[in-house]
Write a new protein. Structure first.
Length: 365
């Protein structure tokens, strides 16, 4: 996608082995590019959310293996790399998927070949992420078109939560990919962007993306969505996922469940856009089995912003000493999900439908 008219991806390679990312902690106020040099850089960038979004942290982990093998390709280094990267964030299944894929591949090859093979595989994962998200956009466009055709106006209004945009993937995004594709097709789209407390990824990242790609949008507080749905100002809800169970329960940024309840109560379609790699085939009950990351309570007590002198500061919004709970994700039951938009098509959020997706995915792998 574009930043100030220039094409960027969220992670890229230069000179065949130097890995660069957009450091998302400073957006939208500062645009910083950072090179990841050591395996610790990769782990910190995932844990401290320099990069975020399930697909992107999976790709970042893959390049972490590649960089680690350049320095030390021993079995001990391979095992330490796996353990370090697994310790970063517990919820996003793409991270675990990429780590296991890289480990299983590298443990079977000669140590002297590991660096080259790891880099080649990481590049392949990056390329497939772009292609997958592009196809999600094409498939999701068909859903948007059907919903718009039922309206008497020429504009469709979509609510999204958190950031499931190109900053959460290598390019295109998941939930934003159908929006970008529909806009390219000339469709009039307006997006309502939840601020997405406590880290405000909607306010800081999604609005920044949409601004730079000329998509009409309004930023709203997290609790405004239900009101807008009641008054027919929203035509569909479109979100991403960090992990989806084999029966269609969707784990996504905290607050997603409440949007799904509001959409269900107001008869508004609630769709989830995700690559098939985000589905955890080993989990049948998402509410009981998906591990929910509990982050530092300071993320709730402090808000990041820019002061009048353009310095980025953290502002305390609660009385000193206030204890805070900060679950980063919640799980939306499959019964509230209208459909899952994947690179292989649209699937119902139930076990039988997703088994068909699994067969397709395994047949192409």
């Amino acid at each position: 996608m574009k930043v100030n008219g220039k094409k960027y991806t969220s992670i890229w390679i230069e000179n065949d082995n130097r890995v660069f990312i957009i450091d998302q902690r400073w957006l939208p106020h500062q645009f910083k590019i950072v090179e990841l040099v050591s395996i610790n850089d990769f782990a910190i960038s995932i844990k401290d959310m320099w990069v975020r979004g399930a697909p992107l942290i999976g790709v970042t982990a893959a390049f972490g293996f590649a960089k680690s093998m350049q320095y030390d390709s021993s079995d001990n280094s391979l095992n330490e790399t796996k353990s370090l990267l697994l310790s970063t964030r517990p919820t996003a299944v793409n991270l675990h998927w990429a780590i296991q894929m890289m480990f299983d591949l590298l443990i079977t090859v000669d140590k002297d070949a590991r660096a080259e093979i790891a880099l080649s595989k990481a590049k392949d994962i990056l390329k497939k992420d772009i292609l997958s998200n592009n196809q999600i956009g094409k498939n999701g466009y068909e859903i948007i078109k059907k919903i718009l055709n039922k309206k008497n106006t020429d504009t469709i209004n979509i609510l999204t939560h958190c950031n499931a945009g190109w900053l959460a993937t290598v390019d295109w995004g998941t939930a934003t990919s159908p929006i970008y594709y529909a806009r390219e097709k000339g469709m009039n789209i307006h997006v309502f962007v939840d601020e997405t407390r406590p880290r405000n990824q909607g306010a800081q990242l999604t609005t920044w993306e949409l601004f730079h790609n000329d998509i009409s949008h309004d930023l709203i507080v997290d609790n405004a969505g239900g009101h807008l749905m009641q008054h027919k100002e929203i035509d569909m809800v479109l979100v991403g996922s960090d992990r989806t169970s084999s029966n269609g329960d969707v784990c996504n940024k905290i607050g997603t469940y409440l949007k799904a309840l509001s959409a269900f109560d107001n008869n508004i379609p609630f769709y989830v856009a995700l690559p098939s790699s985000t589905i955890d085939w080993n989990i049948r009950d998402g509410i009981k089995e998906i591990p929910i990351e509990e982050r530092d309570g300071n993320e709730v007590n402090f808000v990041q912003g820019k002061d009048k002198t353009n310095n980025i500061i953290n502002v305390d919004i609660a009385p000193e000493g206030t204890r805070s709970r900060n679950p980063a994700f919640d799980v939306t039951p499959a019964r509230l999900v209208s459909g899952l938009i994947t690179e292989h098509g649209i699937f119902d959020a139930n076990f039988n439908s997703l088994q068909n997706l699994k067969k397709i995915s395994e047949g192409l792998s």
